[in-house]
Design a protein around this ligand. Sequence first.
Ligand SMILES: [Zn+2]
Ligand SMILES: [Zn+2]
Length: 144
Amino acid sequence: MGTQLNSIESVKEYLIDKGINPSFQRLKIYEYLAKTITHPTVEMIFTELAKEIPTLSKTTIYNTLNLFQNSGIVSGLTIDANEIRYDPETRVHAHFKCFKCGSIFDIPVEPSYADMVIAEEHEVKERHFYLKGTCKNCLKAIET
Ligand SMILES: [Zn+2]
Ligand SMILES: [Zn+2]
């Protein structure tokens, strides 16, 4: 994680620091994203959090994720044409998607490589680097 957010208190401080009013639902949504490495979809976030927060709606999750994106603390990955996956890691990194199992892995990127893209006067809030192929787990399964 780019940010060490292991308690609800530190998530609260982080959101306030980013100018976001830390409502209970926003805290829970960010906390879930921060502890989930699979880059969940709205559907996955809803399924997981609705168990704990029965009043939570998908609309609230969409609106919250939009707010997080506009604040630059979450990015929306469109590596898959059918769904958006959400990522709280704000350091520049690439994503590798496996054609076989559909897993999405974080891949480190040299900051100097990311800097090579000149945005001129535009204000950049997200940078995306997408790689696709067969993941190491699926490659191992083929070998054996
Ligand atoms: Zn795979
Ligand atoms: Zn990522």
